[in-house]
Design a binder for this molecule. Structure first.
Ligand code: BMP
Length: 212
C-alpha cells in the first residue's frame, strides 16, 4: 500500500480515460472507487482491470432485499474487488447477508450523505443508520467530509470502524478538515480526475492529508 489516505472516485464514463487516470494517480492513492457511470460505460470487467492498479471499491449503493443482494454479490465478487458499498437504510438483514455471503469482499454502509437533500431524511436518522451498520458487522461506513459535525458524530459512535468520506473538493468540503473530523480515507472525484495534472494533484492531496 502507498500509505495514502486518498481514494480516487473514478466517475469517468470512458474506459480508456479511466485506465489512464488510474495509472497516473495510483502511486498517490490507496483505493479506486467506481460508481455506476463507469460500470455502465465500460462493463463490469473494469473492476478487474482497475484492480491491477489499486484495490477497487464498487460503489453500487446497493439497496435491495437479501436474496437479490446475494445474487449481485456473486456477480461482483467474480471480479475480485476489495469492497462494495450498500445503503444502511435497507436494514440489518440485508447488510448481514452481504457481509456473510461474500466474506472476501469488504462491505461499506452509507450512514450519512454529502448532498444538501440528505437533510430531507437521512441526516436526522444518522444514529439509527449507525446502529444498523454496527449490528451488521460491516467493515466500514461512508460519511461526509463536508459535514464535519455529522462525520465527528459517526466517528464517536464507531471508534473502530473504517470511515471513508466524500464531499471535499467539488462539493465544497476540505480534505484536511475531513481527516480531523474522523475520516480514515478521503474520497476525491472531480477535483482529482478533472485536474490539469491528476498525478500532481493526487500527490498534493496525499501529502496534505498524511500527517493530520
Ligand atoms: P466528487 O468528489 O466528484 O464530488 O465525487 C464524490 C464521489 O463520492 C461520487 O462518486 C459520489 O457518488 C460519491 N458520494 C458522494 O459524493 N456523497 C455521498 O454522500 C456518498 C457518495 O458515495
Amino acid at each position: 500500500m502507498t500509505g495514502s489516505r486518498i481514494i480516487l472516485a473514478l466517475d469517468v464514463p470512458d474506459r480508456k480515460r479511466a485506465l489512464e487516470v488510474a495509472s497516473a494517480v495510483s502511486p498517490y492513492i490507496s483505493y479506486i472507487k467506481i460508481n455506476w457511470p463507469l460500470v455502465l460505460a465500460a462493463g463490469t470487467d473494469i473492476i478487474r482491470d482497475l484492480g491491477e492498479f489499486r484495490p477497487v471499491i464498487c460503489d453500487l449503493k446497493l439497496a435491495d432485499i437479501p436474496n437479490t443482494l446475494k445474487l449481485i454479490a456473486d456477480e461482483i465478487s467474480k471480479r475480485s474487488p476489495f469492497g462494495v458499498i450498500a445503503h444502511a437504510f435497507v436494514g440489518s438483514d440485508c447488510l448481514k447477508e452481504l457481509v456473510n455471503h461474500s466474506p472476501e469482499m469488504k462491505v461499506f454502509a452509507v450512514v450519512a450523505m454529502s448532498h444538501p437533500g440528505s437533510r430531507d431524511v437521512m441526516d436526522s436518522q444518522v444514529d439509527r443508520l449507525i446502529d444498523i451498520a454496527r449490528s451488521s458487522g460491516v467493515y466500514g461506513v461512508v460519511a461526509p467530509a463536508n459535514k464535519p459535525d455529522l462525520l465527528s458524530r459517526v466517528r464517536k459512535m464507531m471508534p473502530d470502524t473504517v470511515i471513508i468520506s466524500p464531499g471535499s473538493g467539488a462539493q465544497g468540503g476540505d480534505p484536511v478538515e475531513g481527516i480531523r473530523a474522523g475520516a480514515d480515507f478521503i474520497i476525491v472525484g472531480r477535483s482529482l480526475y478533472g485536474a490539469a495534472d491528476p498525478a500532481k494533484e493526487a500527490q498534493r492531496l496525499m501529502i496534505t492529508t498524511s500527517s493530520r
